[in-house]
Write a protein that binds this ligand. Structure first.
Ligand code: PGA
Length: 256
């Protein structure tokens, strides 16, 4: 049975691919998946490849996303890019609060919240990433950690804006490790995130917000994860770097 919300599958290319390599990968995705009917597909190349990939995606239903953004409109923030800069390349989505940003660049929930508000205010759809570490899971803190990240990241987001949100649940111990949360483990957290969204925005809106799973998703495990009632897509790292594995996951979403 198709989910009312419709799936969203995004490729987070991280710090991989020169502009020329990114063009080749984007071309491959468009060729294999030019008709993304029923599944929203988003490619998130590094900043340096956004313009080149935008040109490839222009006449296709595949959408363009960025991996980060600064909350300020402009100014003395060496090395950063603004929402408006992303918008000028037809970027529709932006990944915010990825665990690698939280860990290596010390991003706090408050800072991520500023970015979420700026993104929404500028017509960008945030993909807000949340997830626990292995010690946190082992201590039984998963739902508490995720609760704080979701509420912290979404402070002051209005009901009107909420429809444009995407949440990505990414258990940190599953990212790039080959370890995946079991469908049951993931569904438990997704359902709890849905509960928080109901609390924040009411059930009608919460029902429309897509919650992606991320963490070693691949063609072989995508179907069973996507079958879960509150898993509405995937945020794909490693497997998004090859056309075949990425489109294999899209196929799995299409078949649900
Ligand atoms: P992975 O990364 O698919 O390589 O585990 C997911 C992510 O970090 O978004």
């Amino acid at each position: 049975m198709k989910k009312r919300r419709g799936y969203i599958v995004a490729g987070n290319w991280k710090m991989n691919k020169t502009a020329a390599e990114a063009v080749e990968l984007a071309r491959g995705v468009v060729r294999e998946w030019g008709n993304a009917a029923g599944v929203e597909v988003v490619l998130c190349p590094p900043f340096t490849a956004l313009e080149a990939v935008a040109r490839i995606l222009k006449d296709s239903p595949v959408l363009l996303g960025a991996q980060n953004m600064h909350p300020a409109g402009s100014g003395a923030y060496t090395g950063e890019v603004s929402a408006q800069m992303l918008r000028s390349f037809q970027v529709s989505h932006v990944i915010l609060g990825h665990s690698e940003r939280r860990e290596y660049f010390a991003e706090s929930d408050a800072f991520i919240n500023e970015k979420v508000l700026t993104a929404l205010g500028n017509g960008l759809k945030p993909i807000l990433c949340v997830g626990e570490t292995l010690p946190q899971r082992d201590q039984g803190d998963t739902l508490g950690v995720v609760d704080a990240q979701v509420r912290g990241g979404l402070k002051q987001v209005t009901g009107e804006e909420a429809e444009n949100l995407v949440i990505a649940y990414e258990p940190i111990w599953a990212i790039g490790t080959g370890k995946t949360a079991t469908p049951r483990m993931a569904q438990e957290v997704h359902a709890s995130i849905r509960g928080i969204l109901v609390d924040l925005f009411g059930s009608a809106l919460a029902d429309k917000i897509r919650i992606q799973y991320g963490g070693s998703m691949k063609p072989g495990n995508a179907a069973e994860l996507l079958l879960q009632p509150d898993i509405d897509g995937g945020l794909i790292g490693g497997a998004s770097l090859e056309v075949e594995s990425f489109t294999g996951i899209i196929e799995a979403a299409k078949a649900r």
